[in-house]
Write a protein that binds this ligand. Structure first.
Ligand code: BTX
Length: 319
């Protein structure tokens, strides 16, 4: 709720703050202050309350916080609504069902997915409260062919957010993954509702592994942010989601206004597929190749073992 969000903001200052002072500042009753503090504690916020001094936030919850996400969306210039859920089959499915309810952009987040999906209907492991599972619903007025370009902007937004928050060297594995130290920490999937060549809605599902989990250990090429961080470093999910939203909105805005040229150098610098031999699988075809460049339209230019130049639109790539 609104007062819960305001109280969280006040509790984040370094000083103790009394219930009465919060009530006065926010123009609400002490009872509702107390109720909000209780609710925040239930969400996992560690708040100390000392008589005659007041309350203070000691630590954020061990998982992404609902209230913090709601605050972000409330201040967002892009998203108008957030649907925060405990468990769903797939946030993509929920987002599609909600397309008729909201005209504007919105997000669907769930703490767990029982049938999280990747590309080509592959599974996306989504253990409870271990990762961020989010679907962004956007309504850009662009032709269908621009979706390849959309993915390039989004990948940069995610990768930069990981670097900025955790100081980790993440890289983009074209077309749909983010890697750290040769392991997949994030995958995203862009699905579209279109009429002819016009995009009606983009539903971009992003899965980011944040905490270590047994479900990830069983996937040979998967990792999490926690697993890649130095021992003893603290992992602040509030800072991460804030940075992520800032970058998603920034790069989405760039996508609407500019061609790929605007970010091409930056994107190439973060890409991990150049100067390597890759196994490329396109529908019904699989070959070894070396990536040379990415062109203005977002097509990958590769040279295969027979020296033939090829353009790849979308494929599976093995490093
Ligand atoms: P993808 O098809 O590139 O990746 C799926 C493959 O990656 C799987 O076949 C498996 O080998 C591996 N994998 C599965 N789970 C994980 C994981 N948690 N971490 C690393 N590797 C994994 C990429 O598809 C797109 C994934 C999008 C997921 C988001 S979550 C929110 C939204 N809702 C939903 O159902 N999907 C999206």
């Amino acid at each position: 709720s609104k007062s819960k969000q305001d109280i969280l903001r006040l509790l984040k200052s370094d000083e103790y703050i009394s219930g009465q002072s919060m009530a006065n500042q926010l123009g609400i009753s002490r009872t509702s202050v107390w109720k909000s503090i209780k609710a925040l504690k239930a969400e996992g916020y560690q708040i100390t309350s000392v008589p005659n001094k007041g309350h203070r936030l000691i630590a954020p919850p061990g998982y992404i916080n609902q209230t913090a996400l709601e605050v972000l969306v409330e201040h967002s210039e892009v998203f108008g609504h957030i649907e925060y859920l405990q468990t769903v089959d797939s946030t993509q499915n929920i987002a599609f069902k909600m397309l008729d309810i909201y005209d504007s952009a919105f997000v669907v987040v769930s703490e767990e997915q029982t049938k999280g999906r990747g590309r080509f209907n592959r599974d996306w492991a989504s253990p409870k409260q271990r990762g961020l599972y989010i679907s962004l619903v956007l309504r850009p007025d662009v032709p269908l062919t621009d979706i390849i370009r959309f993915n390039l902007f989004i990948s940069l937004a995610i990768s930069r957010s990981i670097d900025e928050t955790f100081n980790l060297p993440s890289g983009i594995k074209w077309p749909n993954d983010i890697y750290i130290n040769n392991k997949k920490v994030c995958g995203f999937l862009t699905e579209v509702v279109s009429e002819g060549n016009a995009v009606n809605a983009v539903v971009c599902g992003i899965g980011i592994n944040i905490f270590k989990d047994a479900a990830l250990s069983s996937l040979p090429k998967a990792t999490s942010i926690e697993a890649e961080m130095a021992e003893g470093e603290s992992l602040d999910t509030d800072v991460f989601i804030k940075t992520l939203f800032k970058n998603l909105e920034h790069y989405y805005d760039l996508f609407l206004k500019h061609s790929f040229t605007a970010i091409r150098d930056e994107w190439k610098a973060k890409s991990i597929i150049f100067d390597k031999y890759l196994k490329i699988s396109e529908t019904g075809d699989s070959y070894m190749a070396r990536a040379l460049d990415i062109n203005e339209d977002g097509f990958l230019e590769v040279v295969d073992e027979n020296g033939r130049l090829r353009k790849v639109i979308s494929a599976d790539i093995e490093l």
